[in-house]
Design a protein around this ligand. Structure first.
Ligand SMILES: *Cc1c(COP(=O)(O)O)cnc(C)c1O
Length: 406
C-alpha cells in the first residue's frame, strides 16, 4: 500500500474487519488451509445473498469470466461483445477462453454500452456468439435490453459484476439473470478479501461443468479425498484451470459478507453527499441515479464537462498535490498496445464516445471508512480546481453530453 502524507485522503482503503482476522487465524491453525469446507460454506452464504441456486468460488473475477465463457462451449474464435470502457483483465479473459473480443461504445452518461451502441457494434462487426455485460461503477446494466439489441438469448450472456455485489436490477439482486454472473473480491472491491472471485448461476448443468473446471478438471475436491473413508482416486473428464479459492480467503469473505449491508448503506450515503455538493456546478457532470433498482456505488465517477477548459489529467495532478487521491476507470481497452494489435484498426473504430469520455472521467475516493468531512474536503478541492478554469459557451463536443440528459 502507498504510504500517504498525513492529511492525505487515499483513493481506496481495504477494510478487513476484526472478525475476518480472527476467522483467518482459526483456518491457519486448523490444519486445512486450501479449498475445503470453508469454501463450501462461503458459497452457500453467497448464493443465498444474491438469491442464486449455485455459487462457485474461484481465484478471481477474471478467472470467473474465462471459465464462464469456456462453459458455454462456443466455437473457437467466436465473437464476444463487451464494453470498450472496462478493465483490461475482463477482456483478457475473453482471449484466454479462445474467443474474439468485440468492443462496444458507451453511452456518455452511464459510461456503459446501451441498446443503440450494442446494435451499432453488431451492424459493424457482425453477429456475436456471446456478450459480457459490465455493471459499470455498480449501476444496474439493462441486461435484457442489451441481449435483445445484440440478438442473443440470456443463456449467451455473462455478467461482469466485479462492481455489482449489492446492485439490484428492478426487483432482484444481480446474480441470476444471465447464464452466469462473475464477482470480484479484489482488495478495492465492495467485498474485499484481497483476491478472489465467485460465479453464480441458476443453471445446474453449467454449475456442474464449472465446479471441476476451477481445479484442474478433477472430479473430486482434494479435501474430500483426504476425509476419513475418502478415496485417493479421481478422474479428469474435461480441461480445467488452477483457479480455486482457499478456505483462508473464504473465511475472510464470510466474515466480510456479514458487514457488507452496513458498508453498502455507508457507500450510498457518501455518494449522495458527493452528488449534493457537486451536481449544482455546471462544470461537472455527476453520475446518474438509476430509475429503478439499486446502485452498489463501487465507484463515484464524475466527468469534467467538455465546456470546462481544463483537462482531467491536470485536475488529478492538482487533486494529488492537495492530498486527494483519484483514479480513472478505465483506460479504454483499445488504447492498450496489446489490444490495439489484437483488434486491428476496424476493431478499434466506432468507439468515439469512449474516446471522448475517457478524457473527462475521474473516480473520487469512495469506501466505507471515508468520513463526511473527507467527502466535503474532496468536493471543496475539486470545485476550487474546476472553478479556476475557463468555461466556453461553444457547443459541447458531444451533443449527448448536455448536463442532466439521460
Ligand atoms: C476488478 C475488475 C475485474 C477483475 O477482477 P479480479 O478479481 O481482479 O480478476 C473485472 N472486471 C471489472 C470491471 C473490474 O473492475
Amino acid at each position: 500500500m502507498t504510504v500517504m502524507a498525513p492529511g492525505t485522503i487515499p483513493f481506496a482503503v481495504t477494510d478487513i474487519c476484526p472478525e475476518a482476522v480472527t476467522a483467518a487465524v482459526d483456518v491457519l491453525q486448523s490444519g486445512w488451509v486450501t479449498t475445503g469446507p470453508g469454501v463450501e460454506a462461503f458459497e452457500q452464504d453467497f448464493a443465498a445473498f444474491v438469491h442464486a441456486d449455485h455459487a462457485i468460488a474461484v481465484s478471481s473475477c477474471t478467472a470467473a469470466i474465462e471459465m464462464s465463457l469456456r462453459a458455454l462451449n462456443l466455437p473457437a474464435g467466436s465473437a464476444v461483445l463487451t464494453s470498450a470502457l472496462t478493465f483490461c483483465g475482463a477482456v483478457g479473459a475473453i482471449v484466454h477462453a479462445g474467443l474474439r473480443p468485440v468492443l462496444v461504445d458507451v453511452n456518455p452518461l452511464t459510461l456503459m454500452p446501451d441498446a443503440v451502441t450494442t446494435a451499432q457494434a453488431v451492424a459493424r462487426h457482425g453477429q456475436a456468439s456471446a456478450m459480457v455485460v459490465v455493471h459499470y461503477a455498480g449501476q444496474p446494466a439493462p441486461v435484457q435490453e442489451l441481449a435483445e439489441a445484440a440478438g442473443l438469448g440470456l443463456s449467451h450472456v455473462v455478467e461482469d459484476a466485479a462492481h455489482a455485489l449489492g446492485t439490484w436490477t428492478a426487483d432482484k439482486p444481480v446474480g441470476t439473470t444471465s447464464a452466469t454472473t462473475c464477482f470480484s473480491f479484489y482488495a478495492t472491491k465492495n467485498l474485499p478479501i484481497g483476491e478472489g472471485g465467485m460465479i453464480t448461476t441458476n443453471d445446474g448443468d453449467l454449475a456442474a461443468r464449472l465446479r471441476p473446471m476451477r481445479l484442474h478438471g478433477m472430479t473430486r475436491d482434494a479435501w474430500r479425498r483426504y476425509l476419513p473413508g475418502g478415496s485417493w482416486r479421481y478422474t479428469v473428464e474435461e480441461e480445467g484451470l488452477k483457479a480455486n479459492l482457499t478456505d483462508l480467503q473464504a473465511a475472510i469473505g464470510r466474515a466480510q459478507l456479514k458487514k457488507f449491508p452496513a458498508w453498502q448503506l455507508r457507500r450510498a450515503s457518501l455518494a449522495d453527499r458527493y452528488t449534493e455538493a457537486l451536481s449544482q456546478d455546471p462544470r461537472l457532470i455527476t453520475p446518474g441515479i438509476p430509475l429503478s433498482g439499486t446502485h452498489a456505488w463501487h465507484l463515484y465517477v464524475v466527468q469534467i464537462h467538455p465546456r470546462t477548459k481544463i483537462h482531467r489529467d491536470e485536475v488529478i495532478d492538482r487533486l494529488t498535490k492537495a492530498g486527494v487521491g483519484a483514479s480513472v476507470h478505465f483506460i479504454p481497452v483499445h488504447h492498450q498496445p496489446f489490444f490495439r494489435r489484437l483488434l486491428g484498426p476496424t476493431g478499434c473504430s466506432g468507439l468515439e464516445t469512449t474516446n471522448i469520455v475517457f478524457e473527462q472521467i475521474l473516480s473520487l475516493p469512495l469506501h466505507p471508512l471515508l468520513t463526511d468531512a473527507e467527502v466535503d474536503r474532496v468536493c471543496a478541492t475539486l470545485l476550487d480546481i474546476v472553478r479556476s478554469a475557463e468555461v466556453t459557451l461553444a457547443p459541447a463536443a458531444s451533443p449527448a453530453l448536455v448536463k442532466g440528459r439521460l
